[in-house]
Design a protein around this ligand. Structure first.
Ligand code: URP
Ligand code: ZN
Ligand code: ZN
Length: 470
């Protein structure tokens, strides 16, 4: 008897190996890898000349998220369709605790947003906004249910920002329950003073978003977050790291033996402060936190990825239209005040192609590309080896990249529900040709052919880092 499907003759590329072989798929899982697997009536995908990689894992997305008086343009249907088209087969999105509300309530709300509305598999982090001692045990229950990571903010006073006591309390609890804290590391107090000063001086344009969020505000918060994690005796994951100086803090922590990890995002590798200087209100497209940094900073981040001072590239996909669309307010909210521009940018569909371009340009190897976009995200977030690997027993989440077919990024051809793209007109070296999620075709010849009900909730394993480091 044959397999349900065979991916034939592709160049299998994992975080460690590159070789030509067939992949036999049964019941959504990889059943066999070998040369010349017998077809025996199986359906086949001809992968000759294609790179076959484990599906991308984007551990930082914001779909259907209310934020700064707006709601993100992409919900789970459009966001995960875009993810699939871009070669991402699993996401980890953020549920948000309401101030004074329970973590349970927040998780139920996000299950409601995603259930039956996702093309790719999904998991959740929990954004913790307020954590009195009486709520700490709620974290344990979430870990039991596969929500093992808790994002806390050192920025956004009055919205998300936690004080050091709250952060330390949450970190200390992860020592007990096997979860992990993910940190938005920017000094929100200092930034707030700088923002108020700029506004009082009549500085209202988008570029002041970046000018009021200096690198040192990110580096200081990163250093403080690491110090708190060291005091609590727990690992730490820094999200959306943008500043080379912040990366140095992570690097130093790792060198002295503390398990500190960090992700960066394509926008910090490919865009720069100069984008804020574009005419009129165009700079609003790039308003995100932390902000884009001056040219030259990206070279430090590439070096960090090459040397494993940074371990993951996620997107922080948080899309807002420039102009209100379908009843959803957009970035125009901040036309007269940069501090009111909803923070965030789209990226879920373009991450893999932009990073593959870096392989073609020789910045990273193909194996490192797989490592930072799939394997290490899976390991750190407790999804490995079910996700992030090509091995018997793993989910058949596979992406076929045509390395010879160039692709030009155009907003009108993408699937994200947003009216601009930060990389408009950029030509990348390869194209995402086919995508399978648990053996089911999502993308065929670059076209979405999947079901937006296929995605399943992923219950993640606790103590992921302990397992990764052992
Ligand atoms: O600007 C950003 N990053 N928006 C999303 C919220 C966050 O801090 O991740
Ligand atoms: Zn953040
Ligand atoms: Zn984010």
């Amino acid at each position: 008897m044959g397999y349900d499907l065979i991916v034939k003759g592709g160049t299998i590329t994992t975080a460690t190996d590159t070789y030509v072989a067939d992949i036999g798929i049964e019941k959504g899982k990889i059943a066999a890898i070998g040369t010349n697997l017998a077809v025996d009536g199986s359906k086949t995908i001809d992968a000759k000349g294609m790179r076959v990689i484990p599906g991308g894992i984007d551990v930082h997305t914001h779909l259907d998220m209310p934020f700064m008086g707006a709601t993100t343009a992409d919900d789970f249907v459009s966001g995960t369709t875009a993810a699939a088209c871009g070669g991402t087969t699993s996401i980890v999105d953020f549920a948000i605790q309401k101030r004074g509300g329970s973590l349970r309530e927040a998780l139920d709300t996000w299950h409601g947003k995603a259930h039956g509305k996702s093309a790719v598999d999904y998991a959740f982090h929990m954004i913790v906004v307020d954590l009195p001692e009486s709520r700490v045990k709620e974290m344990d229950k979430l870990v039991d249910e596969g929500v093992t990571t808790f994002k806390l903010f050192m920025a956004y006073p009055g919205i998300f920002m936690s004080d050091d006591a709250t952060i330390f309390r949450a970190m200390s609890r992860t020592k007990e329950n096997g979860g992990m804290v993910c940190m938005h590391a920017e000094n929100g107090g200092v930034i707030d003073v700088l923002v108020q000063k700029a506004l009082a001086e009549g500085k209202i344009e988008p570029k002041y978003h970046a000018l009021t969020r200096p690198m040192s505000a990110e580096a200081e918060a990163t250093r403080r977050a690491i110090a708190l994690a060291e005091m609590a005796g727990v690992p730490l994951y820094i999200v959306h790291l943008s500043a080379g100086d912040a990366m140095e803090e992570v690097r130093r922590a790792r060198e002295r033996g503390h398990p500190a990890f960090a992700e960066t995002c394509p926008q910090y590798l490919y865009l720069s402060y100069e984008d804020y200087e574009k005419p009129g209100f165009e700079g609003a497209k790039y308003v995100m936190s932390p902000p884009l940094r001056p040219k030259g900073n990206e070279e430090r981040l590439w070096k960090g990825l090459q040397n494993n001072w940074l371990q993951v590239v996620s997107t922080d996909h948080c899309s807002f239209c420039m102009k209100a669309k379908g009843g959803k307010i957009g970035k125009e909210l901040g036309k007269k005040d940069f501090s009111k521009i909803p923070n965030g940018a789209p990226g879920i569909e373009t991450r893999m192609m932009l990073l593959w371009d870096a392989v073609a340009k020789g910045r990273i190897t193909a194996n490192r590309f797989v490592d930072i976009t799939s394997t290490t995200p899976a390991k750190i977030s407790g999804l490995y080896p079910r996700k992030g690997s090509i091995a018997p027993g793993a989910d058949a989440d596979l992406v076929l990249i045509d390395p010879k077919k160039k692709h030009t990024i155009r907003c009108k051809n993408l699937h994200m529900n947003v009216d601009y793209n930060p990389y408009e007109g950029v030509t990348v070296a390869g194209s995402i040709r086919d995508v399978l999620v648990r053996g089911e075709r999502m993308v065929d010849g670059g076209r979405f052919v999947g079901r937006t009900t296929h995605g399943r909730f992923l219950k993640r394993e606790p103590k992921a880092l302990e397992r990764m480091l052992s």
